[in-house]
Design a protein around this ligand. Sequence first.
Ligand SMILES: *Cc1c(COP(=O)(O)O)cnc(C)c1O
Length: 244
Amino acid sequence: MNTIATHLTEIQQRIESACRSALRASNSVTLLAVSKTFGVEAIAEAYAAGQRTFGENYIQEAVEKIQTFRTQSTFSGFTDLEWHCIGPIQSNKTRLVAEHFDWVHTIDRLKIAQRLSEQRPADLPPLQVCIQVNVDGGITKSGVAPEDALALAQAVAQLHNLRLRGVMCIPEPAPDFVAACAVFTRARAVFDALNAHHSDWKIPNLDTLSMGMSADLEAAIASGSTMVRVGSAIFGQRNTAGSR
Ligand SMILES: *Cc1c(COP(=O)(O)O)cnc(C)c1O
């Protein structure tokens, strides 16, 4: 087995073990392979090992890879990759995102959501989206405050070409498991609160809680994550500035 396949097996084992500890079914957590800064060959290796869902942060870089898989004959068998945008989106990039991605995890402004809905091509299914919540309070960080999540969710639920699926967060690395759980639990609380009265609030029942990365996926799963976003533990260390 190559390294990426070995790493994927290790991550699946970590997910299964974390699910067992939390008395959860192992298929209740989806693995999103975060391939930012890595090339199409690395993604193809993960694909060959059975991985289908990939996360990307940098829009231009991602679109080039997505196009490569869609157009190059070498990759003609790679028809069922699912692309998740997990990076911040500027207004001038919404069209590229609407045209190329299947999911967006980082909705934290209605204006961006409206543009994505308007620009989603009619022949594609709705863009699946999560509301990004800022659970550790940094004022310069992305994400809505927990108390603003409901209003944004209600507005997003009205947009025809988006389908609201859940909540995501990117907390700062915590010093230990207990501290990580305390922060992830705040995102879980937002997710549960939205679901508790979703029909009164005219939002769909949410099924996705996107949280946990290479270093803290166990804490995220213990706190209810349904989708972990794992990069370096699969593809290796990134050496590009700006990634985290
Ligand atoms: C880079 C990134 C990840 C993956 O981080 P690793 O520590 O490499 O697993 C997950 N989520 C987001 C939003 C990221 O930017």
